[in-house]
Design a protein around this ligand. Structure first.
Ligand code: FAD
Length: 393
């Protein structure tokens, strides 16, 4: 077991850290106040990041990405977590690996432009009536002589406002098929198609600057080429790659966010004086700092271990469920303690601590709630025994 970062990894991490401090951090307050990121500034950070080779680093080199393995991706994603969701999206890209199912003409039309950041893509699975139960969707695509017709709706679709196209899950089993309800396929759906309308931007507690849209499909015509991957295998396909996305965008970023907050807590505890001494001298405050660094490192090591499993070609899906719960909940505990250590200033909008606290809350909900991932872990324990999660076994 070697946890030492090599020179290349250290350089990558330092480059991202510097980029965030110099280019992104100065934009955070502005986005928070305005509620959006100025499009010119978005373009500028995208161009600078691409020039440094920091855009779509998770995607294979052959499609224009950085070609990083899972461990290297997590090291970068942890750093991305030091800034906000919208700035990560515009600077580094949220290019979903599900697009790697693209074949033939799909590569030049959807995959490569997404990797270059010329076309933004969102994933649209959740519906008002189907959240945790992703198989319970009612959006349906019906085969026609010249392709498909898509009808239904989605909601909470992150970055929907900016996205140029969407990977949409839809039922494709025949309506009278006994098993039809479970046959789900994925489609590449361009914005602007007839019958495709954007609904309202659903305002959230945090994540200012990122839109979360309703999408409405009314008999939208799709070409045959819009089908991504195998017909009827969409859910398996999506779940097959979402694990790595989840590890990166939730697990590693949660660790990064919590680390950033801990740095602020430690500095504040050292300089804030009460009763004639720094509050860091009080053991009850020290406990909050110590518990936070313990939480963060437990999650960090779990993220790196699951990433190592992926790089070894091992099945890490159940591990990722475990990591997702640990990292999301560690972030929640750390940001809660941060508000406490900062006292009234932690609750006050003059400092970003209250924002970190709000932004952290979604980590326990999106990409599968803590309850769903605990259920996955428990089922896996019952099926395979505790040794499945024992690296010494
Ligand atoms: C900010 C934000 C961004 C999002 N971005 C996207 C996106 O880009 N694309 C997309 O497709 N979706 C997106 N989502 C949707 C997100 O993944 C879902 O909100 C999430 O999966 C939970 O579904 P739900 O909200 O319908 O909650 P529900 O499924 O209704 O769950 C409600 C409660 O019931 C519990 N529960 C449900 N089933 C079980 C069970 N079997 N056992 C125990 N407890 C259970 C849940 O844990 C939760 O506590 C986003 C959501 C938000 C809020």
């Amino acid at each position: 077991m070697d946890f030492a970062l090599n020179e290349e990894q250290k350089m990558l991490v330092a480059t991202v850290r510097r980029f965030i401090d110099e280019e992104l951090r100065p934009l955070e307050d502005e986005v928070e106040q305005q509620g959006f990121l100025d499009p010119d500034k978005a373009r500028a950070i995208h161009e600078k990041s691409r020039a440094l080779g920091l855009y779509a680093t998770n995607m294979p080199v052959q499609f224009g990405g950085g070609g990083l393995g899972a461990v290297d991706t997590m090291l970068l994603e942890e750093q991305f977590g030091h800034t906000t969701d919208i700035l990560i999206r515009r600077a580094f890209g949220n290019v979903y690996e599900v697009l790697l199912a693209a074949r033939g003409e799909q590569v030049g039309r959807w995959l490569e432009p997404a990797v270059r950041g010329e076309r933004v893509c969102s994933i649209a699975i959740t519906e008002a009536g189907a959240g945790s139960d992703a198989g319970g969707i009612t959006t349906r695509a019906v085969k026609t002589a010249d392709g498909w017709r898509l009808s239904g709706s989605k909601h909470f679709i992150s970055d929907g406002e900016i996205s140029d196209f969407f990977v949409v899950s839809a039922l494709t089993g025949a309506a009278d098929d006994k098993d039809g309800k479970k046959k789900i396929s994925l489609f590449l759906v361009d914005k602007g198609l007839p019958g495709f309308t954007l609904g309202k931007d659903q305002k959230m507690m945090g994540l200012r600057g990122t839109s979360h849209l309703e999408l409405w499909f009314d008999n939208v015509p799709l070409e045959p080429i819009a089908l991504l991957g195998d017909e009827g295998k969409g859910l398996q396909q999506a779940l097959g790659v979402l694990g790595r996305v989840r590890l990166a965008q939730v697990g590693a970023r949660a660790v990064g966010k919590a680390s950033h907050v801990l740095t602020l807590m430690v500095d504040y505890a050292a300089q804030r004086k009460q009763f004639g001494k720094p509050i860091a001298d009080f053991q009850l405050v020290q406990q909050m700092l110590a518990d936070s660094v313990i939480d963060i490192n437990a999650a960090r090591l779990m993220v790196l271990h699951a990433a190592w499993m992926i790089d070894q070609g091992l099945d890490a899906r159940d591990w990722i469920s475990m990591v997702k719960v640990q990292a999301a909940e560690a972030l929640g505990r750390v940001t809660d303690r941060a508000v406490q250590v900062f006292g009234g200033m932690g609750y006050c909008k003059e400092l970003p601590i209250e924002r970190y606290y709000r932004d952290a809350r979604i980590y326990r909900i999106f990409d599968g709630t803590s309850e769903i991932h605990r259920t996955v872990v428990a089922r896996s324990l019952m099926r395979h025994g505790a040794s499945l999660f024992d690296i010494t076994a």
